[in-house]
Ligand binder design. Structure first.
Ligand code: BDP
Length: 650
């Protein structure tokens, strides 16, 4: 495939020539609904053991040169077992695989139910939840799709390929490349070290400008699912309410049928129909509506209706019926100059920043971890989190919808520090990623704001055009949600702030600035808030603050890296939050929920230790401080269910 690449060229160029091809392709066509079973749709999960090989050849291109996708991977060289979903980095004892840069190859043979193959009226779709960063997919040696970007799903209709030879098993090959360039999100670059007195032949490193390990592989489920040939391709829902009546504006798009009949029904929690229509778009009215409320803001948070869409279509050969059910939460989001409103009531974010990160799995989706984390969020009394620094799995957002955990949904625009990453190629890719993100997450009631980037070099002159364009584009995609980016820049020099709806600011007083001096926090934080509000008159969220604490390390008086120091940093910040939240501060998100892995470096001791929980999800002293605070904030600002009035052991 990479005919432009000569063997001596590096892994990064191998990736680049593929991306150039992608740019010519129209970025978004159609919807990308989460795959759900229904009476008309079947699903086959491909989680489990896959064959795997990293292409360790000097230019990382041997797999393409020798067409590894054309036969079984085991026939072209040695393979090892690799779990999917998971990052591959921490699965073996091999440091070369942990730190690998370039193409890796996954393969799995699947038995496809005979009916799926025989029935020409069935679409068979291969879906990859996410693969970091760039991927190419073949079925039985035929390329079916490629995708750029490590955190969003992509899919391909593979029906025609598997029908070519109905007797052979379906062999899925996925090549994944984690090389980052100045135009990827996040950006990075490859540096070759040619001084032979210092480095071995062919030595190169991947430079990154973000603070988490660049885990790679098939991070989210890979699956096959079916739909009829005529099918519900996309649904968009926007909600509102007037007094006691909920309003669900919807639009359904259909593919594969010239004419179709639709039945759209809104069901309540007891599966009773509360409104229906037969139009492809319209407004459903719900009397005595149950609004979707955040956790700890209402006795029954996270109320979800179900929008059931039934499609009937026919062509000269057959009739088709498709059914798709979408969970719908009815709520509104608005921003004033001092408040963030959900359902017209002031909402205060008392929450966390997270990472998709854990032992062994890296960034691989893992249900025990997801559910444990939601239990810990509730234990803390957290009502929100930010998906720092990339979109999280859809399964996680579904949990947020169910439990009323409010989300600031962030795209992978982290580490935009090099001026060359503000060029058109980067901006165009960033716009496409926002298209993909909004397409995927637009219907989640839990998502209340888009964050287009984290700590970009927003003081650089090109940042103004870049963020103006990006934010305008995002608002055009979704006029119903506020848009922000997260800044650590100086209020007077930040170029993008005029365009955001909410100011989100990160600061680490007494840590990166004036390390060890807890006494500066109160004055510096106060100045920070007054400056930003004075200049922009927009509500402010403290989107990051915190300190590293090595669990079990103690000192009194507190010293940096001890549990006591982390605790006192938090308490000093909280004192200022308590003054400013009565004015224009609308939220506080601790950095970080849990310790997480980073690249190796002199400031990181086996990862970033700013978690209030360890990486294994055990609480540090700071977790108890936060828990006390969040529950008392909830008692003050929300309407708690009786069981939650005072959680045990406070
Ligand atoms: C912030 C970054 C975050 C880092 C954190 C830290 O947004 O990604 O992990 O600093 O240094 O500025 O702990």
């Amino acid at each position: 495939m990479c005919t432009m690449c000569v063997p001596a060229v590096s892994a990064v160029l191998g990736a680049l020539c593929v991306w150039a091809m992608m740019d010519a392709v129209c970025p978004l066509s159609g919807g990308l609904l989460f795959p759900r079973e229904s009476s008309s749709r079947e699903l086959k999960e491909l989680s489990g053991r896959w064959d795997f090989r990293a292409d360790m050849s000097p230019n990382r291109n041997q797999g393409f040169d020798r067409a590894w996708y054309q036969s079984r991977l085991a026939e072209t060289g040695p393979v090892i077992d690799m779990p999917v979903p998971a990052s591959y980095n921490d699965i073996t004892q091999d440091p070369a695989l942990r730190d690998f840069i370039g193409w890796v190859w996954y393969e799995r043979e699947v038995v496809v139910p005979a009916r799926w193959v025989a029935d020409e009226g069935t679409r068979v779709v291969l879906r990859v939840g996410s693969a970091h960063y760039y991927s190419v997919v073949w079925v039985n040696g035929v390329k079916v799709t490629e995708h750029k970007g490590g955190h969003l799903p992509f899919e391909a209709d593979i029906g025609s390929v598997i029908r070519k030879d109905p007797t052979s098993p379906c062999r899925i090959t996925i090549a994944v490349n984690n090389t980052l360039t100045l135009d990827t999100l996040p950006p990075g670059n490859i540096q070759h070290m040619d001084d032979r007195t210092k480095y071995p032949k062919g030595f190169f490193v991947q430079n990154i400008y973000f603070d988490f390990f660049n885990y790679a592989g098939l991070h989210r489920p890979v699956l096959l699912y079916t739909t009829p040939k005529a099918y519900v391709d996309d649904i968009t829902v926007v909600t509102d309410f007037l007094d006691n009546t909920g309003l669900v504006k919807y639009a359904v798009s259909v593919q594969g049928a010239t004419s179709a009949t639709l039945k759209v029904t809104l069901l309540d929690k007891d599966r009773q129909s509360v409104a229906s229509s037969s139009e492809p778009s319209g407004v459903l009215k719900v009397v005595d509506v149950n609004l979707w409320w955040p956790f700890l803001m209402h006795e029954s948070p996270g109320y979800l209706y179900t929008l059931e869409v039934q499609l009937m279509a026919a062509d000269e050969r057959s009739t088709y019926e498709d059914v798709y059910s979408l969970p719908v939460g009815i709520r509104t989001v608005n921003v004033t100059s001092t408040k963030f409103l959900i359902n017209n009531k002031p909402f205060y974010f008392h929450g966390v920043n997270k990472h998709e990160d854990s032992d062994i799995r890296g960034k691989g989706l893992d249900w025990p971890l997801i559910i444990k984390d939601f239990n810990l969020l509730k234990w803390l009394g957290a009502n929100s989190f930010r998906t720092s620094h990339y979109p999280y799995a859809e399964e996680i957002l579904q949990m947020c919808d169910r439990h009323g955990i409010v989300v600031i949904d962030e795209c992978p625009g982290v580490g935009i520090k090099d001026i060359r990453s503000f060029r058109n190629a980067s901006l165009n890719h960033h716009l496409v990623v926002m298209d993909e993100l909004v397409r995927r997450d637009k219907n989640h009631p839990s998502v209340v704001m888009w964050s287009v980037a984290n700590e970009p070099a927003s003081e650089m002159p090109p940042a103004e055009f870049y963020f103006k364009t990006l934010i305008k584009h995002t608002k055009a995609l979704d006029p119903t949600r506020p848009v922000t980016y997260i800044t650590d820049s100086n209020y007077a020099r930040d170029k993008g702030a005029p365009y955001v709806d909410v100011i989100c600011v990160n600061s680490y007083f007494s840590w990166y600035h004036d390390p060890g001096h807890l006494e500066v926090i109160s004055i510096q934080l106060n100045t920070q808030f007054e400056n930003w509000y004075g200049k922009y008159q927009k509500p402010i969220i403290q989107s990051e603050y915190g300190a590293d604490a090595v669990p079990g390390l103690h000192s009194d008086p507190p010293m940096m890296f001890t549990e006591e120091y982390q605790k006192v940093v938090l308490q000093n910040y909280h004192d200022v939050f308590d003054q400013k939240r009565r004015q224009y501060v609308v939220g506080e998100l601790i950095w970080n929920f849990a310790d997480f892995m980073t690249a190796q470096g002199i400031t990181r001791v086996v990862g970033n230790k700013k978690g209030v929980f360890t990486r294994q999800r055990q609480p540090k002293a700071a977790a108890f401080i936060l828990r006390q605070r969040y529950w008392s904030l909830a008692n003050e600002t929300g309407r708690l269910p009786p069981w939650a009035k005072y959680p045990c052991s406070l």
